[in-house]
Design a protein around this ligand. Sequence first.
Ligand code: HEC
Length: 446
Amino acid sequence: MLSRRTFLAMAAAGLIGPQKRPVEMVVRSTRPEDLEMPLSGFDDYITPVEHFFVRTHVPVPKVDLAQWRLTVDGDVSTPLTLSMDDLRKMPSGEVVSVLECAGNGRQNYNPPVPGVQWANGAVGNGRWRGVRLADLLRRAGLKSGGMEILFDGADTPPGTMPDFQRTIPLKKALHSATLLAYEMNGEALPAKHGFPLRAVVPGWAGDSWMKWVTSVRVMNEEFKGYWMKSAYLHPGNAVAPGTLVAPEAMRPVTSLRVKNVISFPADGAGVEIGKRILVRGAAWSGDKGPVTAVDVSVDHGRTWGSASLTGKPSQFGWRLWEFPWTPSIEGHHALFARARDASGDVQPLAQEWNPSGYLWNVVARVEVDAGTNPNLASSIDRGSPVAPPSNFRATCLACHDDGLILQQRLTRAQWDRELNKMMQWGARVTPEDRGTLLDYLEKFRP
Ligand code: HEC
């Protein structure tokens, strides 16, 4: 949901009239489309396509399946060019796996960092079917020098933004669960999710799950493209909050970490004394999974009990969990839920900070008020809208809408760096405009 203030600001700027919105999804950006799954989505073991989060960097490419081909080349003995029919004739594999955006939970980081301000729902659990990448590489005659696999898709970047190309190491590519999928939940892959073919890299964050794949290249040296060397990087451990870390000092985001989300009750909800409820949620992990236990505390972490795990156990899918609770004391309660995975990893109590706001996985927490009247949720007035300067639309809204801009919580210095980044990608900001834009941008706090 857009905050009231953001909504009013967008309405003031004439950017939203009555327009069609996908049912129930939280719209983080309409162009390109970034849609978040609402909390109710954590009740499903398999996330339906209509509830599956959408993350797009650029417009969705239109693919004509009759013309479409997949090439497999690089360090192989027989480069291949395959049609969808060719792929469908190969043996297929199926995997249930969580797909989570590396930036899921970014909205919780302080100090704030730029990027889509996801809450909890940039994640879903899908059933994916396609060819095993290992089978394809063997068919092409993988040579012994291969180090990584480079994916490219049919999408084209706006302005001078670098083409979205990413690699995964050979070892992950050869894992039997790693697929090039043409089906999601038993249907042909929808356009937003990569039609006709996407990489499925179970256990790893979404940035490795390349959509609209047209090319698979075996590299015998490290690929040094923008999206590997300057984006999707993590320092590997905590750095002082707010630090600028040089890209060379970071490494690519790979595996997800053990995590869970409390989907009920909602944060800030009212609950009724004496009435039993089922506290519930979903839990998952990455390469170190699956999740083996979820513990819940209803008393600020003083005591913990085991939740029951439901849904089906699988290597890479999520587990749903539930925990019965009858509130008996009037007042404020903090509920915690902490997942553990097969390697013994548990969620941390405090989140380490990183410059892009990736891999948020702190112990889940919601606060509720128990009383005799459960309608206690408070509403916060977020202040009045700020009108955009006249140069805003021409300068900033050519490649994306302003949802992407207005959801940020950045300082003037961070906005200054964003302007530099956008200019590298083709935005034209004149020195005279810069001050007015910065004055406007730094006022936003959704
Ligand atoms: C030439 C095209 C272009 C123009 C013009 C442009 N942007 Fe962007 N911007 C992009 C692209 C591409 C992205 C990445 C979209 C994604 O990954 O979802 C982006 C993303 C962003 C983000 C999200 C954070 C991030 O860094 O990914 C912010 C904030 C942003 N732009 C602000 C602005 C502002 C402010 C202006 C006006 C000065 C502007 N943009 C003009 C192309 C552009």
